[in-house]
Unconditional design. Structure first.
Length: 63
């Protein structure tokens, strides 16, 4: 997968409802596909209730 083939997404930034810019992200889905898929879902609002794809808790955190 070449650099041009990597998925991209963006956040439009507003301050007091005035557009001030756009933050562009190029996702390295060839290197970390699960993380990129999760990030794309978060960006598009297509997540599954805000839960991590890696499970409920990380070692040393939470319960």
């Amino acid at each position: 997968m070449g650099v041009q083939d990597r998925p991209q997404c963006f956040f439009d930034v507003e301050i007091n409802r005035e557009p001030v810019g756009r933050i562009m992200f190029q996702l390295f889905s060839d290197i970390c596909p699960k993380t990129c898929k999760n990030f794309l879902c978060l960006c598009s609002g297509n997540g599954k209730g805000g839960e991590s794809i890696y499970g409920g808790y990380f070692k040393g955190k939470g319960k």
